[in-house]
Design a protein around this ligand. Structure first.
Ligand SMILES: [Zn+2]
Length: 98
C-alpha cells in the first residue's frame, strides 16, 4: 500500500525548481525518449509516488510531446492495460493477482 501525499505534488515548484530545470536542460538538451530537443524536465518516479524532487537521479529531459504522453499515462493510473492470453491482467499489481 502506498500512502497518498497530495501535498508533495504542490510543494517545490517555485524558483528553486525553475533554476534546477534550467541547469538540468543545459546538461541534457535532448529528449530521453525520442532524441528531439528537450524542453521539460520530468520526474522519472512521480512525486505522488514518493519520487525525489530536485534530484538529477530522478529526472529526465523530455520534449513536450513525450512529456505530455507520459503525464497522460500517469493520469490513467499508471497501470498496464489489457490481459494475457490466459485472461489474467498484465498489470502485476491488479487485484486479481492478490
Ligand atoms: Zn521526445
Amino acid at each position: 500500500m502506498s500512502e497518498r501525499r497530495p501535498s508533495a505534488t504542490r510543494r517545490g515548484y517555485g524558483e528553486t525548481w525553475r533554476r534546477f530545470r534550467r541547469w538540468y536542460l543545459k546538461l541534457h538538451p535532448v529528449c530521453a525518449h525520442c532524441g528531439r530537443g528537450a524542453s521539460e524536465v520530468d520526474h522519472i518516479v512521480p512525486l505522488s509516488e514518493g519520487g525525489a524532487h530536485l534530484d538529477p537521479g530522478n529526472s529526465q529531459a523530455l520534449c513536450k510531446g513525450c512529456h505530455s504522453r507520459k503525464t497522460r499515462a500517469e493520469q490513467d493510473g499508471g497501470k498496464l492495460k489489457g490481459c494475457r492470453a490466459d485472461g489474467t491482467p498484465i498489470d502485476a499489481g491488479h487485484w486479481w493477482h492478490e
